[in-house]
Write a protein that binds this ligand. Structure first.
Ligand code: ADP
Ligand code: ASP
Ligand code: MG
Length: 425
């Protein structure tokens, strides 16, 4: 079992990632550098630092590219949005130097963070560690750009919004670190976003499985892919607050034992995804091959579909069955899914709606496997608050409801109250 204390792993390196808010101003960068310098002087010399762009910077770059061309070539888009991390790496290296610590800045192509060629959602294939090892051998701290990678053809890629977490965990795996620290602007992973539910509780220890489900369902504190990698390679992840580092206020994400999992609460957390659009296709002829064609075309367009609802109507008077298909995507991808279907539906025959005023709220917990009634409690809590449910999807460890975006925060609060505030002591 990892103790997650630096002193207990004197020979193993640690990767520390600092997110956008943590490096959001020159003072914050200097504060982080002071903290790293203190740890270095305490004898923790094998640290690799991964940094995100300063807060707001990636949004600014995305808007900038879109203002020039909303359909910018993927290579150009990634080259622009990856540049925020370059500045942070340089500034952190400079701040460490000001603390008397030798540090070396690395962009992904300098280090060899190799990815596939899927721009804006690239996956890391390998990371070369020789230059990192060289840094450590001469007592220097490598400072690495998160979020970005490079293809075999030397093109810059990005890993998806929030992807610096994934860069850090991948680097931790590559250098066989004791653990990967994700330093952010909250104390760890909470039972719900603490900015939405003020009485949300810090989860001290979490199994990878719950963390992955929460991350995938919208809890943005950890990028889903970083949890996936952590689970696959058994790399423990520690989430802590950059601004008030404290050994006890933190979340450790790792493999919990069966016993610990058995004792897990029925619902570990409530998550919210605001980036949801609901697409509905009406009056389709009842034909399963058509369903496969529709989703095949959407997949080919690179659009991820989430919740799917399928209704068949038997029009006895007309003597024919018709179907209605509803599915969700991200708001940015909804129109793309319609364009992908149109060619074989014919513009005139495709009657559809796109609702962008949606959000998805979910309750997550491995304890749900052995407990009945979670769905009933979820629906009662929402209906008691007059929150209409537009779509439902379930798995053995989660229940998700697509609801009106305007009611999203309230839905989180009532579900948190029903499952967590009122059931945990
Ligand atoms: P960073 O810039 O450090 O990567 P992010 O903004 O990506 O930070 O993630 C941290 C934010 O995630 C918090 O400020 C918080 O509002 C949000 N968040 C959403 N769900 C949760 C949760 N369950 N626990 C903690 N934070 C959460
Ligand atoms: N800077 C990138 C973003 O804003 C990556 C990250 O912060 O993790 O999405
Ligand atoms: Mg983040």
């Amino acid at each position: 079992m990892y103790a997650f204390s630096k002193k207990s792993h004197p020979s193993k390196p640690v990767v520390q990632k600092y997110g956008g808010t943590s490096v959001g101003t020159p003072e914050r960068i200097r504060d982080v550098a002071k903290r790293i310098a203190g740890q270095y002087r305490d004898g923790w010399t094998k640290i690799a630092v991964v940094v995100s762009a300063m807060s707001g910077e990636t949004n600014r770059l995305v808007a900038l590219v879109n203002s020039v061309n909303p359909d910018a070539p993927a290579k150009a888009y990634d080259m622009a949005v990856a540049s925020g991390e370059q500045v942070s790496v340089a500034l952190m290296t400079a701040a460490l130097a000001a603390e008397g610590i030798e540090a070396e800045p690395f962009l992904s192509h300098q280090l060899g963070i190799m990815t596939d060629e899927f721009h804006s959602r690239a996956r890391i294939k390998s990371i070369a560690t020789d230059r990192i090892e060289e840094c450590w051998n001469r007592g220097s701290i490598p400072v690495v750009a998160g979020f970005q990678g490079v293809t075999e053809n030397h093109e810059i890629t990005t890993l998806g919004r929030g992807g610096s977490d994934t860069s850090a965990v991948a680097l931790a795996i590559a250098v066989d670190a004791a653990f990967c620290e994700i330093n952010t602007d909250v104390d760890g992973v909470f039972t719900c976003d603490p900015r939405v539910v003020p009485d949300a509780r810090l989860i001290s220890d979490m199994d990878f499985e719950v963390a992955l489900e929460m991350a995938s369902l919208g809890s943005k504190v950890l990028h889903p892919r970083c949890v996936e990698l952590g689970a696959k390679f058994q790399m423990p992840i520690v989430v802590r607050n950059t601004f008030s580092p404290n050994d006890h206020r933190r979340t450790r994400v790792m493999n919990l034992t069966d016993k610990q999992n058995l004792e897990a609460p029925v619902v570990s957390g409530v998550t919210l995804d605001r980036d949801v659009a609901k697409v509905t296709l009406f009056g389709l002829p009842f034909d399963t091959r058509l369903i496969s064609k529709i989703f095949g075309a959407i997949a080919e367009a690179g659009v991820n579909v989430d919740v799917i609802v399928h209704n068949v109507t038997d029009l006895k008077s007309a003597g024919a069955k018709t179907m209605q298909l509803g599915f969700t995507t991200t708001t940015g991808e909804a129109e793309r899914s319609i364009s992908a279907i149109k060619p074989f539906m014919g513009n005139d025959t495709l009657s559809h709606t796109v609702e962008t005023d949606c959000a998805k709220v979910s309750v997550v917990g491995v304890g749900m496997r052995s407990h009945a009634g979670v769905a009933a409690t979820t629906f009662t809590a929402l209906s008691d608050s007059m929150i209409d449910i537009r779509m439902i999807s379930t798995s053995e460890i989660k229940i998700s409801c697509v609801i009106d975006a305007a009611k999203a925060d309230e839905a989180c609060r009532v579900l948190h109250k029903a499952f967590i505030s009122e059931t945990h002591s």
